[in-house]
Ligand binder design. Structure first.
Ligand SMILES: Cc1cc2nc3c(=O)[nH]c(=O)nc-3n(C[C@H](O)[C@H](O)[C@H](O)COP(=O)(O)O)c2cc1C
Length: 243
């Protein structure tokens, strides 16, 4: 397999579907097709009103009781100023059925409740003063731990204080859970790594299937099968009727 070595510097002559696109974004992100889930980040404005903003640069990392939220926030945004001033945020995951409301959070005015203006409902959070969104089945409450400027934005690490979840949207079966949550992903307009041609604009992705890749057992160093410690619930019960 002949692999290509690609670096973050924008190649000359790359087609831009809007002006100065690659001043704002790394072209490499359009080649490395690793979609992030889209979420609405909520913070408090200086006047206490809810600020809501569509984001997708986020992941949850850590271990034991130290799960953290890593987010990258553009320096010019209200979210950036709100986090530096108040030190907390909420990651709200909207289902794809609410994609229009979610995108409406971009570019709302300074003096409005942005959750309500987007057609959604604010509610108090448990552990942080930033508000949560009723219609989002998972709301993850974060408190600022540290931050570091990178380029035109800042990488914020927040300690996850807790998550408020709707159990009716979190069935045990992973296939059904992904369907019930309806998470949407930011699928960037893909660039061909060889020709550097762009296929099309950004789109939204939803996961269609959870593929069970584990066999019924894994294998020890001597090759003997070791049963998996936790077979799926249906298999433990001897039936698959609740799928
Ligand atoms: C699909 C999508 C994903 C985005 N992800 C991010 C992100 O992860 N971080 C960020 O700072 N801005 C992101 N943006 C841009 C913000 O939504 C935009 O700058 C917003 O107007 C900032 O709002 P605010 O001033 O209320 O914080 C994204 C925009 C779109 C359309």
């Amino acid at each position: 397999m002949d692999k290509l070595w690609l670096t973050p510097e924008t190649p000359a002559g790359l087609h831009e579907d809007w002006p100065n696109k690659y001043d704002a974004f790394s072209w490499l992100e359009y080649v490395l097709t690793v979609p992030n889930p889209i979420y609405i980040i909520t913070t408090r404005k200086p006047n206490g009103q809810p600020n809501a903003c569509l984001h997708s640069w986020n992941m949850h990392v850590g271990q034991r009781d130290n799960l953290s939220s890593l987010i990258y926030v553009l320096g010019h945004s209200h979210t950036h100023a709100n986090i530096l001033r108040e030190g907390h945020w909420v990651i709200n995951y909207p289902p794809v059925s609410l994609w229009q409301e979610a995108f409406r959070t971009i570019g709302l005015g300074d003096d409005v409740d942005e959750i309500t203006s987007a057609g959604l409902t604010p509610e108090p959070s448990v552990a942080v003063p930033a508000p949560s969104i009723v219609e989002c089945p998972m709301c993850v409450e974060c408190r600022l731990d540290w931050h570091r400027d990178i380029g035109a934005g800042t990488l914020f690490a927040g300690r996850i204080m807790g998550a408020r979840v709707d159990p009716s949207r979190l069935p045990a079966d992973p296939d059904r859970r992904i369907e019930a949550l309806g998470l949407m992903y930011n699928v960037r307009g893909t660039i061909d790594p060889a020709t550097r041609e762009m296929y099309g604009p950004n789109t939204l992705g939803v996961l269609g299937q959870v593929k069970r890749i584990s066999p019924d057992a894994y294998f020890a160093a001597d090759g003997s099968p070791v049963p998996l410690p936790c077979p799926m619930r249906e298999e433990r019960a001897g039936d698959r009727s609740n799928r």
